[in-house]
Write a protein that binds this ligand. Structure first.
Ligand SMILES: C[S@@+](CC[C@H](N)C(=O)[O-])C[C@H]1O[C@@H](n2cnc3c(N)ncnc32)[C@H](O)[C@@H]1O
Length: 222
């Protein structure tokens, strides 16, 4: 079943949100990067009563303010690194962190194009992080032979400037390794490539909205 007003979304298409919410007892949804507000719409659809999101672009905040009049949606203008620092300290968990402020076409100029490693480092130090679920988008930007989601350098979207898109010097393990003691790690080989960190020992069964591709869709990394 889709989400009203949302054409397509990774959290709907290839993450089993109802299962995560129920099995992990998730209480808050924290997102980096608003764009059109579809992630917020998805969170509200799945019943989150506390939704926090941020964007570096004022027009995204204003658009979301018009789209969501609910008082339980809290929007912040600014860099996601600082936002995550605040959320990590303030939000009562268990929370779902949807880290998505890093699609290079919407990059944040002088504050850096790929805030994800900094965001993860902050979350690693959060009290109670072992009960949080963390989902990171755009694994297609992370180099490495172990990454089937890596976008080919010949892809028309990036052929003109692959070095801006592909995050040289990063690996998947650099992102998930610090959570190895506390989380089970899945790589979802769909759409833009999604990294899913689920509290260790949670029985998680993937969900995929479309069944048209034959490749393995979810790989357990740890
Ligand atoms: C892929 S879109 C977000 C989509 C949204 N999370 C969803 O699920 O529908 C990325 C957004 O991140 C924002 N962004 C990029 N870098 C950022 C940064 N450093 N801090 C905050 N927002 C940033 C962009 O302005 C853009 O709106």
């Amino acid at each position: 079943m889709g989400v009203p007003g949302v054409v397509t979304h990774r959290l709907v298409n290839c993450v089993n949100m109802p299962q995560l919410i129920q099995r992990c007892g998730l209480r808050a949804f924290v997102e980096t990067g608003i764009l059109d507000g579809d992630g917020i719409a998805v969170a509200l659809h799945y019943g989150f009563s506390r939704v926090f999101s941020c964007d570096i672009a004022r027009e995204c905040i204003e658009k979301a303010q018009r789209r969501f009049t609910n008082t339980n949606v809290c929007l912040s203008l600014g860099d996601s690194r600082e936002f995550i620092r605040q959320m990590a300290a303030q939000v009562e968990g268990p929370a779902l962190f949807w880290l998505d402020a890093h699609f290079p076409d919407h990059a944040a100029g002088d504050v850096g194009e790929f805030p994800l490693p900094d965001e993860l480092a902050t979350l690693r130090a959060r009290k109670g992080v072992e009960r949080d679920v963390i989902i990171c988008d755009d694994m297609r930007c992370i180099p490495g032979d172990d990454n089937p989601t890596l976008i080919p350098r010949t892809h028309p979207d990036i052929a003109a400037n692959p070095d801006r898109f592909i995050q040289k010097g990063l690996t998947l393990k650099m992102l998930w390794g610090p959570f190895a003691d506390s989380h089970d790690v899945y790589l979802i080989n769909e759409e833009t490539g999604v990294l899913l960190l689920v509290p260790r020992g949670t029985a998680y069964r993937g969900h995929f909205r479309w069944r048209i591709l034959r490749r393995p869709r979810m790989i357990r990394l740890h």
